[in-house]
Write a protein that binds this ligand. Sequence first.
Ligand SMILES: [Cu+2]
Length: 150
Amino acid sequence: MIVAIVGRAWADHGGTLTAPLAGAMRLLAGLAFALILVAGLPVNAGAHAALVKSSPARGTTLVQPPQRVELTFSERLEPAYSTVAVLDGTGQQVDLRDAALSPADSRRLSVSLPPLPAGAYTVRFRVLSVDGHVVESDFPFTVGARGAAR
Ligand SMILES: [Cu+2]
């Protein structure tokens, strides 16, 4: 049905094309549109746990080192299979290894930090949403030089 609608719209604009070419173009346009719809479906209808908010935010430079990293996801997470770690510039894990979901809201995952020296850090997380899908990603943040003076 969608293909038919797109095909008709295309035909309205491409009235000067010869019939076989117009048919092929109509089919291509329909296919492209259908592909876009299919590709968009998991995003629209899907229940993957997407990261919607973080503290520190992705890519920020902080003057004061953060005391913890907090992640908020779009879906509830399975506590046994959801974790977050903070790594320093050499890949060494520097958090206090107490990553846990918030008891009040299982969409929120956090881990606490010791006083971090200035430098570049990576927050790496791997979470399982209650629909059974794993999402794994990471993002950087930086602690500025004045933070190290504390
Ligand atoms: Cu999912």
